[in-house]
Design a protein around this ligand. Structure first.
Ligand SMILES: [Zn+2]
Length: 387
């Protein structure tokens, strides 16, 4: 890979002919049309938060270094931004009045309203730019290893870079477009944001059963994303049909896996809704995120709900009471040992050798309060198991 350092290009030069696509949130072109700011493998512009974009402009005004910018030379005099897209888009958006910085008095200052000397300072700031020339694979390999100042690329952004092509472009139009009207619906079940590729990541994760990179490599040059869209929508439709209520704990659950595991079972959404409400109201259910799979799997695996256990104080007081009664009667302080015929009939167990048991199981309505607590020796507690 051949690199040439340029120190003559100014902020003004790079913003010449700046085009920003408001709909897709992308800086598109600059440098009088010679520069593509957001090539396919770049991530969406994520600096538009009133902090990072403002910080870029304030850095210029304070004379702080802006870091290196890398261009990929795609043809003589034609470049793509390899690294620096977020910074360049911030310059362009500021110069075209898309956001303001705050002055010392806390008054918003758009570029057009800045003092002339400050405007000059921004326009004349020279950038440090490396122009790189190399094979696509070399550049991508290198791109994979760089760390963009401030916000490192996440896993899906890297994969988008490595497997750039028509497939990724189409996927991003669908899943990484924050203007997509479906995002609100998806957000009920998926956590993250379109800009950081988290919907795209889930869509690929589900359809590929967890082998995202492999799937992207196999489909890289395809010009249809219908299988991804169809599968994704099928999962979302299934969840929203089975569960009529949207609860915040649903966000980010493994819906793709649950769809595969449970889609063959019939569910009555009205009944499901009742169960969700009942379990949400149950003070012994510690893990509400487990409620949905608990219902899907037929309400057998209580571990999913992380049922509240007896606390130490309860165990100690129940132990003390049982021990006193057992000693008075000359029998074991484990009620199961006491009625057995073994040598433990009269054994007084130490607290450390006993476990707390629900007399009436939680699943049969028993609570986690002292009146429903009985201490059993460890082996009898285990034998009694999860009734
Ligand atoms: Zn026992």
């Amino acid at each position: 890979m051949k690199t040439t350092l340029r120190t003559d290009i100014t902020v003004k030069d790079i913003c010449e002919g700046f085009v920003y696509n408001e709909l897709e949130g992308k800086g598109l072109f600059g440098l009088s049309g010679k520069l593509t700011i957001q090539p396919e493998y770049q991530r969406n512009y994520i600096y538009a938060d009133g902090k990072k974009d403002v910080a870029v402009i304030e850095s210029i005004l304070k004379g702080y270094p802006l870091g290196l910018i890398y261009f990929n030379t795609v043809a003589p005099g034609k470049f793509e931004v390899l690294d620096g897209q977020q910074r360049i888009t911030s310059f362009g958006r500021y110069l075209t009045g898309k956001f303001a910085i705050m002055d010392a008095a806390g008054i918003p200052q758009y570029f057009g309203g800045l003092a002339a000397d400050k405007q000059q300072k921004i326009l004349e700031t020279k950038l440090l730019i490396y122009e790189c020339e190399g094979k696509e694979s070399e550049i991508k390999e290198w791109f994979k290893t760089i760390n963009i100042a401030g916000v490192p690329l996440n896993e899906q952004e890297l994969l988008n870079a490595v497997y750039s092509g028509p497939f990724v472009t189409l996927l991003k139009e669908e899943f990484s477009n924050s203007q997509n009207a479906n995002i609100q619906k998806w957000s009920a079940y998926i956590s993250g944001s379109a800009n950081r590729q988290e919907f795209l990541e889930r869509a690929l994760d589900w359809v590929s059963k967890g082998n995202i990179g492999d799937y992207m490599s196999r489909h890289r040059y395809e010009t249809s994303i219908n299988p991804v869209k169809t599968y994704f929508n099928t999962v979302i439709d299934w969840v929203s049909t089975v569960f009529e209520d949207v609860e915040k704990e649903m966000r980010g659950l493994e819906w793709g896996r649950m769809y595969e595991d449970y889609r063959r079972n019939p569910y009555d959404p009205k009944q499901v809704s009742k169960e969700v409400h009942r379990l949400y109201a149950d003070p012994y259910v510690k893990n509400r995120r487990g409620v949905f799979e608990f219902i899907l799997e037929g309400m057998k695996d209580h571990k999913l709900l992380d049922i509240r256990v007896f606390d130490e104080a309860t165990k100690r007081s129940v132990y003390a009471k049982q021990k006193a009664e057992a000693e008075a009667k000359g029998i074991s302080n484990c009620s199961y040992c006491a009625i057995g015929s073994e040598s433990n009939k009269a054994k007084i167990w130490a607290l450390a050798d006993m476990d707390a048991d629900h007399v009436t199981a939680w699943s049969k309505g028993g609570g986690t309060d002292p009146s429903n607590c009985e201490m059993l020796c460890k082996s009898h507690n285990r034998a009694k198991g999860n009734r």
